[in-house]
Design a protein around this ligand. Structure first.
Ligand SMILES: Cc1cc2nc3c(=O)[nH]c(=O)nc-3n(C[C@H](O)[C@H](O)[C@H](O)COP(=O)(O)O)c2cc1C
Length: 203
């Protein structure tokens, strides 16, 4: 079974450290894992053209498609974001907007007689999601809520941990998440929960 981690940081920093803790633990337990760094990718924002409804594919040609294909095949997805001005980062938001919208339309026809939405099985149904956010001081829970809201509207099954899956970083952009012993233990427990839920769902 495969779990991918998507890191919304534009640098190799604290967010990537926390995501890797989860991926490394899952790998030790037999999962295939892959880290996707958005800093290496060109992902434009959704243009709101709605062409994905008919096309069953986003019409913007950039690095979105390779990531979306990996999301479609994964059993579990960890999405991590630094907190920038209280929010997830823009490139991650662009990816999630397009992935959520495309994932909605690729597997639904929605041809109801009265033109009302009647959602069925979606691309991300039965997939397990875990959110992780990192800030120097504050904003982690708002950004965590952004990720959680995205997952809950897209039919993911969300895993939590024994505390909010957030990390703290030092001042002036220090990359020092390795000193956050509580955060490290929360991520390890998150890996345990993802392992448990994905295994049960795919029994
Ligand atoms: C543009 C920008 C905005 C930031 N906004 C916040 C913020 O709102 N709250 C906060 O506590 N830290 C904020 N930070 C600090 C980052 O969240 C922190 O450095 C974090 O470690 C970044 O994640 P990374 O190490 O994975 O890149 C900000 C940093 C930058 C560069």
């Amino acid at each position: 079974m495969k779990v991918i981690g998507i890191c919304g940081s534009p640098r190799i920093g604290n967010t990537e450290f926390y995501i890797n803790l989860v991926l490394d633990d899952l790998k030790e337990n037999g999962f295939e894992v892959e880290l996707i760094r958005l800093r290496d990718k060109n992902i434009n924002q959704c243009e709101g053209c709605y062409k994905c409804i008919e096309n069953k594919r986003c019409v913007i040609e950039d690095d979105f498609h390779e990531i979306f294909d990996k999301m479609a095949k994964a059993h579990g997805i960890i999405v991590g974001s630094p907190v920038y001005n209280g929010s997830i980062t823009p490139r991650l938001k662009a990816l999630l907007d397009r992935a959520g919208f495309s994932g909605r339309w690729v597997s639904n026809n929605l041809k109801t007689e009265d033109g009302k939405y009647q959602w069925g099985q979606m691309l991300f149904s039965n997939k397990v999601f875990a959110p992780v956010t990192v800030a120097r001081k504050t904003g982690q829970t708002f950004a965590l809520a952004q990720l959680t809201l995205w997952a809950t509207v897209n039919d993911f099954i969300i895993t939590g941990s024994n505390y909010w899956t957030v990390g703290t970083a030092g001042t002036s952009g220090r990359v020092n998440a390795n000193e956050d012993s509580e955060g490290i233990s929360i991520m390890k427990h998150l890996a345990h929960n993802m392992n448990h839920v994905i295994t049960k769902l795919n029994d």
